[in-house]
Design a protein around this ligand. Structure first.
Ligand code: PDD
Length: 281
């Protein structure tokens, strides 16, 4: 395997960044995860636009023009011979003597790109079984709309899910409403067939998969409600699912041990999953 690190393609096992990289010391950086399918990057433009937004919210300089970043992403995918999988891009504020405040102007952002294959049949198998979800109290900072590498609460939430035999953890805010998953957006389908997901304000990450799915919903003539929902509403919903670049549309069949509907992946969830790539770029 090959990784891109600050201007060079290096063997993955030797890929390293400086001990004073601010991503390492302060989690002072942002990232993107983009699906690779048939060797092509899915929704590259949208991911790049979100990256720029994350960088600008944190006032990190763009490391290079987006077109150059795109070349590196595709070259990393090619060098790793990834047909189906993901490409990971991380940009940090760079290497500087440790000091919380920004380093002096001209510090070069740190750029790392990795790519790996994922067995597509595995994802399909999981989707046909559905996943279990647990809920955890929302404990992240109020700017989770920025895709920052500061992911400790997400790490702890995902670990709690794993220890509970679940695949994802949904955060529940102080008002008892679900915000999103530790690495995905959360959705339900109501008994009367409306699709519900939280409004993309600063309480959730505006998922690219979420954005594309809105087009799929429109094409299916489905009614969308962008609003928060409670855990109980999700448990008693007709269907529930999560979305992310790595899981696409993934049916949820239990929440905190309570089965959703009959405990089988929802028909609509599976249909949206099937049609997703017709609307992705
Ligand atoms: N996670 N919400 C959170 C907190 C996420 O980390 C992600 C993505 C999403 C979905 O965004 P998108 O549809 O653009 O992938 C929502 C990535 C895949 C990850 O951290 O691995």
């Amino acid at each position: 395997r090959i990784a891109y690190v600050n201007g060079m393609y290096v063997p993955h096992r030797e890929a390293a960044v400086h001990v004073e990289d601010r991503g390492y010391q302060f989690a002072d950086g942002v990232y993107e995860v983009c699906e690779v399918r048939g060797g092509r990057l899915i929704d590259e433009r949208r991911h790049m636009e979100r990256l720029l937004r994350s960088l600008s919210e944190l006032r990190i300089d763009a490391p290079m023009p987006l077109s150059s970043l795109g070349v590196i992403l595709r070259e990393t995918v090619r060098r790793n011979r990834v047909r189906d999988g993901i490409v990971y891009l991380q940009v940090t504020r760079g290497v500087a003597p440790r000091d919380h405040a920004f380093p002096k102007k001209g510090t070069m952002p740190g750029v790392v790109v990795t790519a790996r294959s994922i067995d597509a049949t595995k994802g399909e198998k999981t989707a046909n079984e559905g996943i279990a979800v647990i809920t955890v109290p929302e404990n992240r900072w109020p700017r989770v709309d920025i895709k920052s590498v500061s992911l400790l609460p997400n790490v702890l939430a995902k670990q709690a899910a794993r220890e509970a035999g679940a695949k994802e953890a949904w955060y529940v805010d102080a008002g008892g409403k679900v915000t999103e998953g530790s690495s995905s957006n959360a959705w339900i389908v109501t008994k009367d067939g409306r699709v519900v997901t939280r409004k993309a304000d600063s309480a959730i990450l505006r998922g690219i998969t979420r954005t594309v799915l809105l087009d799929v919903l429109r094409d299916h003539g489905l009614k969308l409600e962008e609003r928060a929902f409670t855990v109980e509403e999700a448990q008693t919903a007709r269907e529930a699912f999560v979305t992310s670049a790595s899981q696409l549309v993934m049916p949820v069949v239990s929440i905190n041990g309570r089965t959703v509907a009959n405990g089988e992946p929802g028909m609509l969830s599976l249909a949206l999953r099937r049609d997703f790539h017709r609307f992705a770029e």
